[in-house]
Write a protein that binds this ligand. Sequence first.
Ligand SMILES: Cc1ncc(COP(=O)(O)O)c(C=O)c1O
Length: 381
Amino acid sequence: MKVSKRGAIAPFMAMDVMRAANEREAKGHSLVHMEVGQPSDPAPKKVIEAAKRALETHAIGYTEALGLGELRQRIAKFYGDHYGVTVDPAQVVVTTGSSSGFILAFAAAFDSGDRVAMACPGYPAYRHILSVLDIEVVPIPVGPETHWQVLAETLDALKTPIDGLIVANPGNPTGSMMTKSQLHDVAAWCENHDVRLISDEIYHGICFGEPAATAANRAEHAVVINSFSKYYGMTGWRIGWMIVPKDLARSVECLHQNLSICAPTLSQLAALSAFDCAQELDARVARYAANREILLTELPKAGFDRLAPSDGAFYLYADVSHLTEHSPDLCQDLLVNAGIAVTPGIDFDPVDGHRFIRFSFAASTDRIVEAVNRLKKWKKS
Ligand SMILES: Cc1ncc(COP(=O)(O)O)c(C=O)c1O
């Protein structure tokens, strides 16, 4: 029977490592999870209470494809309150996590054969979703010279034209950040060169220095993608949002009607309360900061001393070329012999990623301390 080539895409390795780690745990092995970017806490209390109330009071039917009007207004208000930027609720689309936002944005903005650039290392699903849609990925190698980000000058140096650019600020896997003016320059470059900017802002709120800047309202044609998964701690609720430019609004609506009908209604009703939980959520960010400090001090003692800057998100991207020639082997060694699940760099960078691994520090501080102790013991063995 025919099987489509479209489905023959690379795995999202962090998820494969999670499966392997879960299998080992099910067999009784003790593990510290540092493979997936997933806060260990449940959703904030007010969100859970809102979900319980919604179950009592609502039928939980479909919503409009664009999402609940009240939530779209609340998200638009957040842009005014948080960034001082005006967003029209009509531009807000509620999505099934940011993951479905990428599918909608790419399908609405690009045709087969179009060329879309992204930083390498970068979030693997961008590459894989683009390839499913027959859109050419243009990887832009980044490193310490540009603080692991694609900047306007990086774009000036491109040899071939592009139709789109994806940026993530803070980025995954490094957690590195662009400054506000760098992001604005990238947005202006894209507008001037007729390039559609997709700005992934999913790690906003988790920054260890300056807050992250938004591309919303900076470029007439940019798409902004965000999610309740990370700062709001709602990964499994599968809910996010996009700010879509006028020229894509109706296509995104029709695509969403046909691909998903709408984002999960219970999650939409619960997410209405997510913007009232700053105190609880900022305490978590303080914990991520503490976890990061512990790792920055202790990882070098275990041999992981070449770390990319982690300005935000909850990742440390470590150059392990002095420990291995093939990072998946090192990850397997750490899984089996140290009891720590981490993700190989080739998930984020098919070319140089064999020299890197990524630690996620979204777990509790107890677990991070446990991981450090295990790593030091592993180093000695
Ligand atoms: C940079 C980035 N964007 C998007 C996502 C997808 O998140 P979600 O679909 O849960 O919103 C992730 C998940 O790890 C990520 O790291």
